[in-house]
Design a protein around this ligand. Structure first.
Ligand code: SIN
Length: 524
C-alpha cells in the first residue's frame, strides 16, 4: 500500500466525462444498463452544446430520397474527406434521434398546423434544420435531456471536477479516471466498467472563438497521454459570421440568418461572396470564412458585415431571440443595422479517433460528440450536423458498450501508483507561458489560412515551451497549460501532414505574410 495520499473513491458501472448533449444522451441510454456517474466542469452552460443556435439537421421526412440528399450534402461540404459509409450511418440515425427528443419533450418549433418548421443553412440543398425556441435549440435540447436524467436513482452528477489521468486495469483496459476538484478541495477517483469521453472540442485554444472558455481540449490531451490515438487535428472549422466589436467577446450570428436571406456585404454594401463561390452566402462554411479572410487581407482598413434588415423586427425577435437581443444590447438593431463580422474558431472535425460505436484505440475508453473523430464531417462539417452527431453517436455508443459486455467479471483495481494523487506535473516558471500566449500562437499560425513557414514557427514555439518544462506543483492552471501545450504540439504536427483540403487551407508563403494585420483589425 502506498503511503502517499490517495483520492476519495467512487465506483459506477459507467463513467461519462462531459455534460453536454452527447454526454446526457449517452447517460439516458446507459441508465437502463447500470449506474452512471457524469462528471462535469460546471453547469450545463459551461460547454458548447448550450450555445448551439442553428438547430438539428435531419433528412425530413426520413425517406430514402431525403436520406440520400442529406448524405450527398454532408459529403460535398466535407471536401473529399468524409467516410461515406459512416455518413450514411449518421444520417440514417437521425430519425431515432429526432423521435426520441420529441418523446422526451423537446419543444421543436412548429407551425399553426403542428408541422415542424424547417430552416435552411449554408451548403444544404434544401430546408432540413429543425429548431427550438428560435435560436435556442442547443439549450432547450440540453435542458430537456438533463431533466430526464437528474433525479434518476442510478445517476450521480459530480461537479466541478477536471480529469487529470485515465486509470487502467493491470491489463491496460481503461477503468475510470482521476479527477481534481476544481475548487482545490481534493481528488476523486471514479472506477467504472466503461469510460466515455463527451468533453467537446478545443476551439477555445484559439484566440478568437465562439466556444466557452472551458473548451480547450484538456481531456483529449489526457486521453492522448494515456495512449488514445488522436487524428485530423488540422481540421478546425472557423465560423464566418461572428460579431466583431472592439472590447466585446465574439458572439455567434447563426448561419440560419444567411439561410433566411442574410447578405454578407462590404463597407459599400456590395455582396462579396459570389466572387468566391457560385452559392454566395450559402457556400460551405470553410469557403465563406476563407473569403472573409481574403477580403480582409485585401482591404485591411474596412469591415465586413452581415445584413438581415430585409427581416422585420417582429420576425427577428421571434425567430432569433438570442441573437436579436444580444445585438440590441451592444447597440445593433438587426432590423435596421448591419452587424460587423469576422470569423472565429468554432468546431473541431478531428479529435479522439473512434469507430462508429464510439470505441477508441484504448479498450474500455469510448468517445462521443465533438471530442471524437468519427470521420463523418470530413474536412469541413455541414451546418447543424454537430447536434445530430452528438445524439446519434450517443445512441450508438451505448449499443457498442452493450455489445462489448464490459459488465462481465470483476473490475480489477488499477495499480497503486496509477491511483496516487500526482505530487508534481511538468510546469514552466510562472508567467513564461499563459493560455493567452498559446491561443495567439494557434490563431496566428494555425488559423483560417495557413502558411508553411508560420506553421513551422508555431510548432517550434510550442516545442520550445515543452522542452523547458520542469516538475512543479500541481495546480489547475498548470494542468491546463501542460495539456494545452501538448495538444497544440499534436495540432501543429498534423497541420504539416494532413491533406490540404477543406478547413486545412494553405497559401504559398509571400512577402505579404499571413495577413495578421487584416485579422487583427476590428470595427472602430
Ligand atoms: C450556427 O448556428 O451557425 C452554428 C450551428 C453549427 O455549428 O452547425
Amino acid at each position: 500500500m502506498s503511503d502517499r495520499p490517495q483520492a476519495k473513491r467512487i465506483t459506477a458501472d459507467f463513467l461519462i466525462v462531459g455534460g453536454g448533449i452527447a454526454g446526457y444522451q449517452t447517460a439516458l441510454d446507459l441508465l437502463p444498463l447500470g449506474s452512471v456517474a457524469l462528471v462535469s466542469r460546471g453547469s450545463i452552460a459551461s460547454g458548447s452544446s448550450y450555445y448551439a443556435q442553428g438547430g438539428l439537421a435531419i433528412p425530413w421526412k426520413f425517406d430514402r430520397e431525403a436520406v440520400n440528399a442529406h448524405v450527398a450534402d454532408t459529403i460535398r461540404a466535407g471536401a473529399g474527406l468524409c467516410d461515406e459509409e459512416r455518413v450514411r450511418l449518421l444520417i440514417e440515425g437521425a430519425e431515432e434521434a429526432f423521435v426520441t427528443l420529441v418523446s422526451y419533450g423537446v419543444p421543436f418549433d412548429r407551425d399553426e398546423k403542428g408541422e415542424v418548421l424547417l430552416t435552411r443553412e449554408a451548403a444544404h440543398s434544401r430546408p432540413r434544420i429543425v429548431h427550438a425556441g428560435g435560436d435556442k435549440t442547443g439549450s432547450l435540447i440540453l435542458r430537456t435531456l438533463a431533466q430526464n436524467v437528474h433525479g434518476h436513482e442510478r445517476f450521480t452528477f459530480l461537479t466541478p471536477y477536471r480529469l487529470t489521468r485515465l486509470l487502467k486495469e493491470p491489463d491496460g483496459r481503461v477503468a475510470g479516471g482521476l479527477f481534481m476538484d476544481e475548487t482545490g478541495d481534493g481528488w476523486l477517483e471514479i472506477l467504472a466498467r466503461a469510460t466515455i469521453m463527451a468533453t467537446g472540442g478545443f476551439s477555445a485554444l484559439f484566440a478568437r472563438t465562439t466556444n466557452p472558455p472551458s473548451q480547450v481540449g484538456d481531456a483529449a490531451a489526457v486521453c492522448h497521454r494515456a495512449g488514445a490515438e488522436l487524428e485530423r487535428l488540422a481540421f478546425t472549422q472557423f465560423h464566418p459570421t461572428v460579431l466583431d466589436l472592439p472590447g466585446e467577446a465574439p458572439f455567434l450570428l447563426t448561419e440560419a440568418l444567411r439561410g433566411e436571406g442574410g447578405h454578407v456585404v462590404n463597407e459599400s454594401g456590395e455582396r462579396i461572396l459570389f466572387r468566391y463561390h457560385p452559392d454566395g452566402e450559402l457556400a460551405p462554411r470553410d469557403v465563406v470564412s476563407r473569403a472573409l479572410w481574403l477580403e480582409a487581407r485585401a482591404h485591411p482598413e474596412s469591415s465586413l458585415y452581415l445584413s438581415v434588415n430585409h427581416l422585420p423586427a417582429s420576425y427577428l425577435k421571434e425567430r432569433f431571440p438570442q441573437v436579436y437581443t444580444h445585438c440590441l444590447s451592444v447597440g445593433i438593431d438587426l432590423s435596421r443595422d448591419r452587424a460587423p463580422i469576422r470569423p472565429a474558431a468554432h468546431f473541431q472535425m478531428g479529435g479522439i479517433r473512434t469507430d462508429m460505436d464510439g470505441r477508441t484505440s484504448l479498450p474500455g475508453l469510448y468517445a462521443v460528440g465533438e471530442v471524437a473523430s468519427t470521420r463523418v464531417h470530413g474536412a469541413n462539417r455541414l451546418a447543424s450536423n454537430s447536434l445530430l452527431e452528438a445524439l446519434v453517436m450517443g445512441h450508438r455508443v451505448v449499443r457498442g458498450i452493450a455489445s462489448d459486455r464490459p459488465g462481465r467479471g470483476e473490475l480489477a483495481l488499477p495499480p497503486e501508483e496509477e491511483r496516487d494523487i500526482p505530487q508534481s506535473i511538468p510546469t514552466l516558471p510562472s508567467g513564461e507561458v499563459t493560455m493567452k500566449v498559446i491561443q495567439n500562437i494557434l490563431w496566428e499560425k494555425a488559423g483560417i489560412v495557413r502558411f508553411i513557414s508560420q506553421v513551422r514557427a508555431g510548432r517550434e514555439e510550442i516545442e520550445g515551451y515543452l522542452a523547458r518544462m520542469r516538475e512543479g506543483p500541481v495546480t489547475t492552471e498548470g494542468l491546463l497549460l501542460w495539456n494545452a501545450l501538448e495538444l497544440s504540439r499534436e495540432i501543429f504536427k498534423d497541420l504539416l501532414v494532413a491533406p490540404r483540403v477543406g478547413a486545412n487551407f494553405f497559401l504559398e508563403d509571400s512577402p505579404a505574410g499571413n495577413g495578421q494585420s487584416a485579422q487583427k483589425r476590428g470595427k472602430g
